[in-house]
Design a protein around this ligand. Sequence first.
Ligand code: ADP
Length: 200
Amino acid sequence: MTYTIGLIGGIGSGKTTVSDHFESLGITVADADAASRTVVKPGTPALIEIADHFGQEILRADGSLDRAKLRSVVFQDQTERRWLEQLTVPLILQECRRILDAAKSPYAILVLSTGTGQSPLIQRLLVVDAPADVQIARTMARDNNSRALVESIIAAQVDRETRNSYADDIILNDGAVADLLAKVEQLHETYLQLTHEAKV
Ligand code: ADP
């Protein structure tokens, strides 16, 4: 399997900017969030099972999954959440593995969103880190959200110290975009070296 680096960071930390830049350097990027949507697209066996289990009202008029409704159903019900996870987690893993296996680049990046980055698919973990006030300002500007909403999202996510404690590499994104991109390019060199050494 392709040597894979997991990528995590809180909302507005700069994950997308970082993963886009790795991609522009020719590195294959898989995204667990995108995979979680792919496996429940209309016509998939998983979506048929979900509609059988929760009822057709879990679907929107166009036949796609109403993710907000599903989230609210499983939010307070551990049994239903477990049922959903036993169905979707293996499929998400399989979908990410498919993309990573097909990678032609010397290493690959797997974007794991805002958790702690525990995944059997990765060999190393990169955290994009930013102070909360910077996360808040960037997310408010990007999504046109209120400060209170962004603060509540950050409060619900893994805290900064815990997230950073899992990291093999940390990119501190508290400066200009150009500095961020330069840090990505530096890490790219490190990763090329690492994967080269792993092969010899
Ligand atoms: P995430 O994917 O972690 O939520 P993004 O990469 O979308 O974060 O970054 C959040 C917002 O901040 C985006 O609009 C992005 O263009 C912007 N941004 C990212 N890094 C910087 C930076 N160093 N300086 C200014 N704006 C930035």
